[in-house]
Design a protein around this ligand. Structure first.
Ligand code: SF4
Length: 330
């Protein structure tokens, strides 16, 4: 959100501040408290939660054979896992950085190929509430709002209406744009100046829009889990079934700026709409396949499963509709 306020993707000094600042903070934390561990990555990095969710559908992971681990009696060097993973009990790829240090440990750990659906569908791997909330409110909620506020006519309309109201009532303080560049975008030479109103509206759009979108999306998993009526088919697990869609959404959003640069270079981008549709379609399809896999684990009646499946079509359709608006309507 801070990056959006200072236009981190457009100006070098903003990028230096946001990315360089967090790099310096990570190095500082490492020097002070690290002791050969990645404290920053594990507990403080804002992006770790996003990667932890997306890693759940990674086709490669470090697989731990718990029985082989326990059987092993020979001598071995204890592994120094930098992100502090309990390797023996590791069932999820989320926290693992795939550094390979534990490969071969006790003849029980190996880099392995798996189905991208394996972790979400495996009832033995916990589906945690923080992961589900990060996915719904963070990756699909706030991040989507952050990707589209610049092209959103809703944002512009609200801004114009508020600005007119402020002028009519002679409240000019919020329309002031004399703000330092490290707080709000301020580049007079590029005629790019955010007012306090811009800053407040961006925050409100990202937080309010992200919360609203996340809550609307969660209605699907909440209903589906009630109808599936199985302990392991929790709303958290149904939410994690939206991971492929979240991955597609992040790639589509992050590549928007790349596309702007390619357009500025006058490159031929006739292939772009097709690629975007294919990526979004793959995300939607992947999520629906995970939902079908989860519902197969339910012992409920066919009609209940059908309604649960339809409930999960809702978040998928909502995200598809939002990206369709961004790319093909606005
Ligand atoms: S691969 Fe590296 S990060 Fe992952 S569990 Fe093993 S030591 Fe830890």
């Amino acid at each position: 959100m801070y990056g959006q306020l200072v236009s981190v993707y457009e100006y070098p000094q903003a990028a230096l501040l946001v990315l360089g600042g967090s790099t310096v903070a990570a190095v500082g934390i490492g020097l002070l408290y690290g002791r050969e561990k990645r404290i920053w990555c594990r507990y403080l990095c804002p992006a770790s939660g996003v990667f932890a969710v997306l890693a759940k559908i990674a086709p490669l992971h470090y697989k731990v054979d718990r029985a082989a681990w326990d059987r092993h009696t020979g001598s071995f060097e204890p592994v120094n896992c930098a992100p502090l993973v309990d390797v023996r009990r590791m069932t999820s790829a989320s926290e693992c950085h795939a550094c390979g240090r534990c490969a071969g440990q006790r003849d029980a750990v190996a880099l392995s190929i798996r189905s991208p659906a394996a972790e979400v569908l495996d009832a033995g791997t916990p589906a945690r509430t923080p992961d589900a909330l990060t996915l719904a409110y963070g990756v699909l909620g706030v991040a989507t709002a952050a990707f589209q506020w610049t092209v959103s006519p809703w944002f512009q309309r609200i801004k114009m209406a508020l600005a007119e109201w402020l002028v009519e009532h002679e409240h000019f303080a919020l329309l002031d744009n004399d703000v330092p560049w490290w707080l709000l975008t301020h580049y007079p030479e590029a005629s790019d100046l955010f007012t306090w109103l811009d800053g407040a509206l961006i925050l409100a759009y990202l937080l309010g829009g992200g919360f609203l979108l996340g809550s609307l999306l969660l209605a699907g998993p909440a209903i589906a889990s009630r109808l599936a009526a199985e302990r392991q088919l929790s709303w958290q697990r149904f939410t994690l079934a939206l991971t492929p869609l979240a991955a597609a959404s992040v790639i589509l959003g992050l590549s928007m700026l790349t596309v702007t640069h390619l357009k500025a270079e006058h490159l031929w981008l006739g292939w772009l709409p097709g690629l975007r549709i294919a990526l979004l379609g793959a995300g939607c399809l992947g999520s629906l396949m995970l939902v079908a896999g989860l519902l197969r684990q339910s012992a409920g009646s066919r009609s209940r499963k059908l309604v649960a499946g339809l409930a999960m079509v809702w978040p998928v359709a909502l995200m598809a509709a939002i990206w369709t608006l961004v790319f093909f309507v606005w």
